[in-house]
Design a binder for this molecule. Sequence first.
Ligand SMILES: Cc1cc2nc3c(=O)[nH]c(=O)nc-3n(C[C@H](O)[C@H](O)[C@H](O)COP(=O)(O)OP(=O)(O)OC[C@H]3O[C@@H](n4cnc5c(N)ncnc54)[C@H](O)[C@@H]3O)c2cc1C
Length: 436
Amino acid sequence: MPATTPAHKAAPFWWEDARPTPPSPRPLPKAVDVAIVGAGYAGLAAGLVLARAGRTVAAFDALAPGEGASTRNGGITSGSIRPDHATLVRRFGEDRALAIEAEGKEARAFLQHLIRSEGLACDFQPVGLFKGAIGLDQYDSMAREAEALAKRLGIESYAVPHGEQHGFIGTDFYRGGTVRKDIGGLHPARFHAELLRVACGAGLDVQAPVRVTAIQREGQGFSVASTAGKVQARQVLVCTNGYTDGAAPYLRRRLVPVRSRMIATEELPDELMARLMPRKMMMGEARQLGYYYRPSPDGRRILLGGRDSSRSGDPVWPTQALRAGLIALFPDLKDVRLTHSWFGHVAMNRDMIPRLFERDGVLHAAGFCGSGVVWAPWLGTRAAHRLLGDANAAQTAFDFRPPPAIPFYRGNPWFMPALIQLFRLQDRLALRRARR
Ligand SMILES: Cc1cc2nc3c(=O)[nH]c(=O)nc-3n(C[C@H](O)[C@H](O)[C@H](O)COP(=O)(O)OP(=O)(O)OC[C@H]3O[C@@H](n4cnc5c(N)ncnc54)[C@H](O)[C@@H]3O)c2cc1C
């Protein structure tokens, strides 16, 4: 079979082990303490805390729980913040900038603690992340940033010069890179399934597939209308991220859903995997539309992801583009067969900072900008503590004004394909400059 034939499955590789399935139908409660919209990592993490605190909680999901981004992602526990330190300081001042960066460290530690303390079987491996530089200038600035990160936050991070690169990754595409030891990888669908198991065990009522259609103030609380009927809720938390629809119009004007696609290779020979990914690390890049990639948890395949500028259906060309990217990195894979190709939505906002905010009494935790494996459970948990009135446990640097609205935007990101093409062009020019 020719390697370019779209013979792959159009479903996440992760679903082979943990396919999201709707729970058996349950009667809709008439009233609950808290209604949560969205049963991805954020909604479940919040539901777990609230149910353990004795609240009656229903989490609604329009799809099978987890069928949004939480079972489709790369499982890289980065907890990244897109803007660099200088940009954060310029926008928010030194104190908030430092607090935002420091919270990444706390949130990654929280995730590890959650996995261990709840016994979540999700193949978590604290292997570190290698980030490749496309040219020597980029390498120099990344090396400085790695040093600053170690000084500023005490995170173990260091530069890897070009000559030593093959000890980390079997490619000549990069001109060196940096390593961060505080980042690892997990099996995203297993993580979600396990979180669902413990949250339901604690008493969370998951209603799915049930779409919330409207949230309205009523008396001291809210009336939550859904495709299964109405529920009265004292409090409401919206955790819909890249799948936000008309039920949360205020949030929808502030989040841009962007397609991110991943491909999985067939199983590769051990000797080849050992050469391409000798330390089994997570991998990333500093390009605008950089790839993120990793070995599968069993170390036998490569899973690679990147932006997908298609807007409807599931065309073949974004898969072919990712495959070309994979081969540019690893020419040895020129004949590789892909077994899976899938996409999901990440949620970007204008300042590229995740948020916890309240609007008209409804709490929102969203805008994870492609790094929600760490941020979604973290901010979901902070949101739950806030609903419980525990100001100390609810503290977070992401609890400030809502992300700014996007002019002329109501939820249809018509401008995204053009923006992605622009970023692609910038990346191409940067690569050309770097290789002169
Ligand atoms: C291909 C891909 C790769 C990624 N890779 C990484 C990675 O390696 N590392 C990382 O940190 N992050 C990654 N991400 C991002 C990460 O997956 C998300 O940030 C995270 O899963 C968000 O979790 P969540 O709970 O906020 O939202 P989701 O898991 O998206 O859940 C939101 C849910 O809300 C539901 N919903 C929406 N509207 C309604 C409604 N009206 N009524 C009922 N339900 C509703 C949806 O059905 C959906 O299930 C990736 C994402 C994608 C798509």
